[in-house]
Design a protein. Structure first.
Ligand SMILES: NC(=O)c1ccc[n+]([C@@H]2O[C@H](COP(=O)([O-])OP(=O)(O)OC[C@H]3O[C@@H](n4cnc5c(N)ncnc54)[C@H](OP(=O)(O)O)[C@@H]3O)[C@@H](O)[C@H]2O)c1
Length: 353
């Protein structure tokens, strides 16, 4: 072991769990000390239990770790959760009660009033919610949540516009990759050559979560932003990357040039911008007429940037645009790692090496 901060991964065998393993393999501050999953995997070597789908080699040291059951304690102050939502609730609570900072990708606790739902570039100030959470619940640790993968890209792109102009209405239609459904996910006979115009629960999540993230932090918690959101979600035959077409209405008229200048100038606060996982810039603008595209633009900012294009007037609302976010990096493991980095930079966990 090195002087890095040990961390554990719950649900390490799944799609998001594997992305955690890959992103943490050579992380400057963190080192994977334990991997955990269901009773079907526990007790086996990780390299045997996992059906490794990442395009890099599984690191030998991690392949040799024995998969643990998802019961506390596991090593380290930070536990990343990539658990199926059916199992996540009580398991994550048990770890937080036991003293771990649980950074979760599951939906179970996202809308709890005392759980911060974070996109560090947009609302790092919501982190303080964990103080009340620990106090009220009597926990030594805390739960911090990552938004749903479609919400993460949408809100990162719209946060600068909301700050500058005030959003009143959002109309969004998604084209979501199959990896968003985990592994093995959507049967190939359902999705190849097809579009499925329904992603269970996703529209409600986008509508509620975006308002919480861009809400105002008050002494009693977060007052949700008061804009309206209408979301249509679709599953398409793309492996990774959620593309979203968006129309936005503002409190005043906003021209495409104003929006482009605002998005180009957007930078995270210095504390967030300096985190190892933070991309610079967080929002990339590509004004070529046929961009962004999942196959060509997904890895911008190592999967942590959102790419926005086709910014033009909308005859119904004010502006329309297309955006692309990486569902398992910005929308899941990558941003969860960034949130854990924020905990360290904020002095709440250990010391960075
Ligand atoms: N995929 C995405 O793009 C994405 C994006 C954002 C958020 N999320 C959320 O992230 C979480 C993980 O998603 P995923 O796509 O990685 O799912 P997945 O591929 O189905 O993986 C699920 C993981 O949970 C474990 N698990 C299942 N039941 C369990 C139980 N009863 N006890 C302990 N472990 C259990 C599985 O272990 P075994 O292998 O041992 O069964 C596996 O490691 C979900 O809550 C999902 O909604 C996913």
């Amino acid at each position: 072991m090195t002087s890095k901060i040990p961390v554990s991964i719950l649900g390490a065998t799944g799609t998001v769990g594997q992305k955690f393993v890959r992103l943490l393999a050579d992380h400057p501050w963190f080192e994977v000390a334990a991997v955990a999953a269901s009773s079907a995997s526990a007790g086996r070597a990780y390299g045997e239990a996992v059906r490794w789908r990442e395009q890099t080699e599984l690191p030998e040291r991690i392949a040799g770790l024995t998969v643990q059951p998802c019961t506390p304690p596991l090593p380290g102050p930070i536990v990343f959760s990539a658990l199926d939502a059916d199992a996540a609730g009580p398991i994550e609570q048990a770890f937080a009660r036991d003293g771990a900072f649980v950074v979760t990708n599951a939906r179970n606790h996202r809308m709890d009033p005392d759980v911060p739902l974070l996109i560090p570039e947009a609302n790092a100030d919501h982190l303080v919610l964990i103080d009340g959470q620990r106090q009220h619940r009597g926990w030594k640790g805390a739960i911090l949540a990552n938004p749903n993968c479609s919400t993460a890209g949408l809100v990162l792109a719209l946060a600068p516009l909301h700050q500058a102009f005030g959003i009143e209405k959002i109309f969004v239609s998604t084209m979501q990759a199959v990896s968003g459904a985990g592994y093995p996910g959507v049967p190939s006979l359902d999705i190849v050559g097809n579009v499925i115009p329904h992603v269970g629960g996703e529209e409600e999540k986008m509508e509620g979560e975006s308002r919480k993230i861009l809400g105002r932090l008050d002494p009693d918690g977060v007052t949700p932003a008061d804009f309206l959101v209408s979301a249509h979600t679709n599953r398409v035959a793309v492996v990774d990357g959620h593309l979203e077409t968006v129309s936005v209405g503002f409190r005043r008229r906003v021209s495409p040039d104003e929006a482009i200048a605002t998005l180009r100038a957007f930078r995270a606060s210095p504390c967030v911008a300096d985190l190892p996982s933070s991309p610079t810039p967080p929002v990339e603008i590509d004004l070529r007429s046929d961009r962004p595209q999942p196959r060509l633009d997904l890895e911008r900012g190592r999967g942590m940037a959102v790419t926005v294009g086709r910014i033009r007037p909308c005859p119904i609302l004010d502006l329309r645009m297309v955006l692309l976010g990486h569902n398992t990096v910005r929308g899941a493991a990558g941003q969860a790692v960034q949130i854990a980095e924020l905990l360290v930079a904020d002095g709440r966990v250990g010391a960075r090496p």
